[in-house]
Design a binder for this molecule. Structure first.
Ligand SMILES: [Fe+2]
Length: 414
């Protein structure tokens, strides 16, 4: 029999058939499962899920309280018990401590998972799911803070934090693409596990500050195959996790590794992973290298023809809400300008404006703080200034005032 019960009434031994609410609030991998432990019960009660449906043919039913006891409970003075700390935090909205704790907790799980793999044991893939859920929830609450925290990576924890960041970026892009919930969660798990094969790569190579030598590169390039072999030890490894682990370094033009797959031979999931993996790697702050700013990273990734799926990269940029360096953008004031680095906030870049759309005329160039005049969208330079865009872009970058009238376009946009 299926019975709808409040989450606070759920007990260990009950079989949850379905949960009410957004999947992102769902703290478990599956919608249907048996509550086996107090820890699982706590996880459910601490979530934003208010009601679930239990299946009494598969687990414990609802305890019927004797009438006398029920009356005693109803008549007793109301005592509002303090909520568990975790639940109070969830109700009071995102807090920096909450985020740090989530990332620390996720990191511990990832470290334990990698340790198991290092010892040659099968990875417990069931343990991955709550970590993906934690990461997804933290990301949805405050994406900017999440990305900021995971950018800073010390050598000894780089791979773990990179796994967490790639998981988050992949979930975010998959949600943006409108993929089904179950698939999104598998994609998140795949992101968390994509570099598991690096446990077989010596730390002298992983943490090397300078360029890798030829032999070292050959060792490094084995990690997709090594990881794939590790995941296959667990019969429950999903097709997506296996695919992403093996193919996240493939490139559209066939110049990737390990199988030199081309074009459509590379799955959607592996293409998503390739973008998220590289973006996080090049923007990470590490002790021995200057990270690229998010703007610079996106601009360079757009230039690497044949590396990424261009449509997916566009979707990634739109979803990220960060504009590539030197991209032409329209501000709220209907001015066109190019994105410059130099702002502490990647979501509010410095923009050098030079053109006014409603008046169809050039303006004196000005570097604008977009916290006051936000970026509306990216525009196409070759649409607005067909023949002269490359030269115009170079001039504006160099701070040279444009003076010629452009070929006029309708003020509607791209
Ligand atoms: Fe990798």
């Amino acid at each position: 029999m299926l019975i709808r019960v409040a989450t606070r009434e759920v007990q260990v031994g009950m079989y949850v058939d379905a949960m009410e609410g957004a999947w992102i609030d769902n703290p478990f991998w599956r919608r249907s499962f048996l509550i086996k432990t107090e820890a699982e019960l706590d996880r459910l009660r601490s979530s934003a899920i208010q009601h679930v449906t239990i299946d009494t043919t598969k687990g414990r039913g609802v305890t019927v309280i004797p009438e006398a006891e029920r009356r005693r409970q109803v008549e007793a003075p109301a005592v509002i018990a303090p909520l568990p700390v975790e639940r109070r935090k969830r109700r009071s909205g995102p807090q920096p401590d909450d985020l740090t704790q989530t990332i620390d907790r996720s990191k511990e799980h990832v470290i334990a998972m990698f340790q198991e793999a290092r010892l040659g044991r099968a990875i417990d893939l069931e343990a991955v799911t709550p970590v993906v859920d934690d990461i997804s929830v933290a990301l949805q609450r405050d994406r900017a803070a999440f990305v900021k925290v995971t950018r800073l990576k010390m050598n000894n924890e780089y791979t773990y934090l990179h796994s967490i960041a790639v998981c988050a970026l992949m979930v975010d892009l998959a949600l943006h693409l409108g993929l089904p919930e179950a698939e999104v969660r598998e994609i998140g798990a795949a992101g968390l596990l994509h570099d598991i094969g690096k446990v077989a790569t010596p730390t002298t190579i992983l943490d090397k500050a300078g360029q890798l030598g030829q032999d070292e590169w050959l060792v490094m390039r084995r990690h997709p195959s090594e990881g794939h072999a590790m995941l296959r030890k667990d019969a429950t490894a999903s097709r997506i996790a296996l695919d992403v682990c093996l193919h996240h370094h493939e490139r559209l033009d066939g110049s990737g590794y390990p199988e030199r797959l081309k074009g459509d031979q590379i799955s959607l999931h592996a293409r998503i992973a390739a973008i998220c993996d590289v973006y996080d790697a090049v923007t990470s702050v590490r002790p021995y290298k200057r990270p690229w700013s998010p703007h610079e990273a996106l601009a360079r990734m757009l230039e690497w023809e044949g590396h990424f799926d261009p449509d997916l990269l566009d979707a990634f940029i739109v979803n990220l809400g960060i504009q590539p360096l030197h991209a032409l953008v329209r501000l709220n004031s209907n001015r066109l300008g190019i994105v410059l680095d130099g702002s502490a906030d990647p979501y509010a870049p410095l923009v050098r404006t030079f053109y006014h759309v409603p008046d169809s005329r050039f303006l004196g160039i000005e570097d604008v703080d977009t916290t006051q005049d936000p970026v509306l969208r990216r525009e196409r330079g070759d649409y607005w200034f067909p023949d002269r865009w490359p030269a115009l872009l170079a001039d504006v970058q160099a701070g040279i005032q444009p003076h010629e009238a452009p070929l006029l376009r309708a003020a509607g946009g791209r």
